[in-house]
Design a protein around this ligand. Sequence first.
Ligand SMILES: CC(=O)N[C@@H](CCC[C@H](N)C(=O)O)C(=O)O
Length: 421
Amino acid sequence: MTSPFIELRRQLHRIPEPGFQEFKTQRMLLDYLQTLPQERMEIRTWRTGILVYIKGTNPSKRFGYRADMDGLPIPEETGYPFQSEHPGYMHACGHDVHMSIGAGLVTQFAQRPMKDDLVVVFQPAEEGPGGALPMLASAELSDWMPEQMVGLHIAPEYPVGTIAVRPGILFANTSELFIDLKGKGGHAAYPHLSNDMVVAASQLVGQLHTIVSRNINPLDSAVVTIGKMSAGTKQNIIAENARLEGTIRTLSAESMQLIKARIEGIVRGIESSYGCTATIDWGSNYLQVYNNETLTLEFMDWLQKTDTAPQAGGTDGSLADKSATGTVNGSEPAEAGQVQADSLSSWSEPQIPVRLYECTEAMTGEDFGYFLEKIPGFMFWLGAETPYGLHHARIEPDERAIGVAIRTVDSYLRWKSAQSG
Ligand SMILES: CC(=O)N[C@@H](CCC[C@H](N)C(=O)O)C(=O)O
């Protein structure tokens, strides 16, 4: 029997929608939530997002879990029988998986509430322009604000069962980048009478890629990517306009400031050397995802201690013995065993051992960082082993990760709630 949450994931996968246009997605989730026991549940919507409050049996604390909802403008090539029904759009960053995990957690706690309260947040527009910040400022969330937040993101590079996390910075600061160039169009046969923005844009791309290699300390990390470049209208017309769309990633505010200053200087140089005009739009920017050190180390320690499998190598089981550090594609995650068997689910899914892996920072962005700026908590990578990575048209996350995540977060929150006195 397929897990109900794998089935839900597949239905959500069919209807990927852009940020703040997740109308069908919101409807599908609300329809599902209505099938659950309602006595302890209260539901609010905020734009295309959903907030679900589940009352505890004797609450003294309020926990929160967040799932993002939006899809990406990528024509799907998975060949899934349940592939996207929205041409040019797909769930290529695992948000369908994140939402089904969120629905699974609502189900678990609606059916068997813990002592404390839980707010499950289905947040729109993570891929842009960013739903976290306005949602945090919303009236709908204000009186439901959690005291601790948990989030996760699928990780195609890790085996299923891997929980990869670190205290401190997990994801980078981000800024979008949009540059428009304007020259003078004309006939392809008379370039001397025009000002060709294909050439200016091509030079600009090359110069932008000197910033990280020449201006950033080699011991620091930063990324400048131009993901989309458009110019011109036809092969025998000189392009009057060009547009570059990209993104910047840094591990510090100082590096972000430096990179933006260098981009400004290079763009002004292109203006003067090509006699064109240029505008820069920095778009939306996300705060780094900064995992609360105390809570994260406690989570990592808990994950170790819930192991029921025999400890590898007879170590004392301390974190240092079993956590592995290394690059994202580095050594195998430390073998840690299995999270407490989940008596809650009636699924036929096999119990998959959970392995803790202490990872390095990643240059991905996540507006979950704004949740963690206000509310202590953490985000972790969820192993979903798939040959194709995030934002690829053929990404197929391993669906067994859904059950692993529901069991792990369910068990962790119940444990944490029992600690809250
Ligand atoms: C996990 C992930 O892929 N997040 C996105 C966040 C996008 C932020 C913003 N729209 C930008 O492009 O900078 C990522 O691209 O890392």
